[in-house]
Design a protein. Sequence first.
Length: 488
Amino acid sequence: MTNQITIVGLGAGDLNQMPLGVYRLLKQAKTVWLRTMEHPAVAELKKEGIQFESFDAIYEKHDRFEAVYDEIVAELLEKAIHEPVIYAVPGHPMAAEKTVQLLLERKRAGKADVVIAGGQSFLDALFTSVEIDPADGFQLLDGTALHRDDLHIFSHIIIAQVYDSLVASDVKLTLMEKYPAEHEVTVVTAAGSEHEVIRTVPLYELDHGMELNNLTSVYVPPVQKEENTYREFSVLRGIIARLRDPENGCPWDLKQTHASLKKYLLEETYELFEAIDNEDDGEVAAELGDVLLQVLLHAQIGEDEGMFSIDDVIESTSAKMIRRHPHVFGEATAETAEDVKANWQEIKAAENGHKREKVLDGIPKGQPAMMEAYDLQKKAAKTGFDWPDAAGAIAKVKEEWAEFLVETESGQPDKLREEFGDVLFTLINVARFYDIHPEEALEAINRKFRRRFSFVEERVLESGRRFSDFTLHELDSFWDLAKQEERK
């Protein structure tokens, strides 16, 4: 076993905040190793004859904090081979000190003998400075490694290690992903000491013209205005639950079932398709919200019935995505999209216990007929039941069209409909050979027809006449004008 590394905290400010036991330990040490010399208590302790060495030079060697902390830990472990080491950090060793956590990992692995000797946390003084009760719930986060998803906007948040303007700028930008720019935050430096500085500013001014150092923290109060919480998933989930509340909910929402909502999900999906085709990002976001609303309504019905909740939906999807993407989350490899599809099918088969699946299984029967036909043909083609090339499919179209024309003379509606269906089915087959999705192709033509017919209608309205007053030739001339306008 190596010699011991004893870790002490220098507190958040001046020497008056330091516990007596920590002070005595420092006084007895031959040399104290500091993570950083930048601490107000260090100058006072130097006057009392305590010898310090610091790791400040390591900060200049690396661009990443992880590399800095790793090197500090490596040096401490090396020194501890030869003699016991006293290592001092700002605040309390167990509050926002990554090097301490790394040393404790080595201790758990049996590679170091680490003792935490105490200190005063900056949190004690900070709670007093910003006048909050931690029992209300709070988060302590690291400003150098802050992520949007870490932020709980309904809690008090304290962000430590905001020691320069670059960190402050990163913190500000991350916070602004969840908070309004005017949300007030409090910047506290050297909390509880005679050098304490407290300044409350709008979030957007967090990195503007203020002195920051390694004793600076930022306090972010909970969001108070309801409209500022609407970006939170939990808020939307609560809204849906309220709509379905048996006593105070909405009669329409309470009446809905999985079956009754089917048509709305289909409608919202097609409206999303239209927004995507229009290449309108704002419209896409709004329509995605409508689709999400349908998902949440179904999940809430499931929860009301005691069958499942949105948590089950999310868990199932998360597990499936990780399980079916071993090339991303595991050790498998997939260089192309085709590799991914092959892996997906293999994993899916394993999940089903390699149960024999019929060729056309898995194709939804409730989707639009054109999409179903396309999927049916793709599945069948994988077995070899397909034309060798597009020429065979085109010849089949001509054959089916000829049969349809014959039936137009028969006067039998059922037979005529069947032959027309054959024509459509074979046309979809041709589209597949040319990598054209028939649904997308027809949607594009529908949009073109809407656009051109609207142009024709505008010309008719401008004339002050009715459609019936125009000959087909005259209307067709408007159509040609619409085509010319599109080419400009």
